[in-house]
Design a protein around this ligand. Structure first.
Ligand SMILES: [Zn+2]
Length: 187
C-alpha cells in the first residue's frame, strides 16, 4: 500500500474511534465474497493501528436458518474442507475442545486444519503459562491428539451450532440439521 505524505491526506487516513484505546486509529473494512455452496457473504473487520485490537465477522447476504453441522474428520484430505464460522457459532470437537461464542469472538472463513491449528496454538500457549504438572501433561496429550487428527491417524467429530445460521462446513460429508432459534435451555 502506498501512503502519501501529503498534508491534505491526513484526514482521510484517520480512522474511527477504537473501543479499546479510544484513539481514532480504527480501520473498518467490509467486502463481499462469493463462497461456493454458501453464497454471497459479507466479511467485516475492524483493526486498530494503535493497540492492535481486532474484530472480524461474517454474514451471509441470503437469510440463513439456525443450524447444527456435523462432520466426521477421518483423514488428511478433510483438512482442506472450507469452514465458515460466524462469531455466534459454538464449535465442539468432542474429547478435544469447545470454542464458545462471546464478546471477543470473531467470525472467519477457514478450513478444518485452520480450526485445529487455532485450538493447538491456544493449548500450547496455555501449557507454557501453566505451572501445574498434571495440567501441563494433559495439554501435551491434547496437542499429540490434535496432531494425530491432522495427520489422519485418528478420527474426530466437529460440530458447529449457529443460531444465526451464518456458519457452514463445505463438504458432502457434512450433516446439516435445523435447530430452533432460541436455544435457551432450562438445564
Ligand atoms: Zn485501539
Amino acid at each position: 500500500m502506498c501512503v502519501k505524505e501529503h498534508a491534505g491526506m491526513a484526514d482521510e487516513l484517520k480512522g474511527e474511534e477504537c473501543p479499546v484505546c479510544r484513539k481514532k486509529t480504527l480501520i473498518l473494512n467490509e467486502r463481499e465474497e462469493e463462497i461456493p455452496y454458501f453464497g454471497k457473504t459479507l466479511l467485516f473487520s475492524m483493526t486498530c493501528a494503535g493497540c492492535r485490537f481486532h474484530k472480524a465477522d461474517i454474514e451471509s447476504v441470503e437469510k440463513k436458518e439456525p443450524c447444527k453441522l456435523t462432520i466426521e474428520v477421518s483423514g488428511e484430505q478433510d483438512m482442506n474442507t472450507r469452514v465458515v464460522k460466524s462469531s455466534q457459532a459454538t464449535v465442539k470437537i468432542p474429547h478435544i475442545a469447545t470454542i464458545t461464542p462471546g464478546p471477543a469472538s470473531n467470525g472467519y472463513v477457514t478450513n478444518i486444519e485452520g480450526i485445529l491449528m487455532r485450538i493447538k496454538h491456544q493449548t500450547e500457549t496455555a501449557k507454557n503459562d501453566e505451572e501445574d504438572n498434571e495440567t501441563r501433561k494433559k495439554a501435551i496429550k491434547l496437542i499429540k491428539k490434535i496432531n494425530r487428527v491432522m495427520r489422519g491417524d485418528e478420527k474426530a467429530k466437529i460440530i458447529i451450532e449457529d443460531p444465526s445460521g451464518n456458519s457452514a462446513i463445505l463438504s458432502k460429508k457434512t450433516e446439516t440439521k435445523k435447530i430452533r432459534a432460541a436455544q435457551e435451555s432450562n438445564a
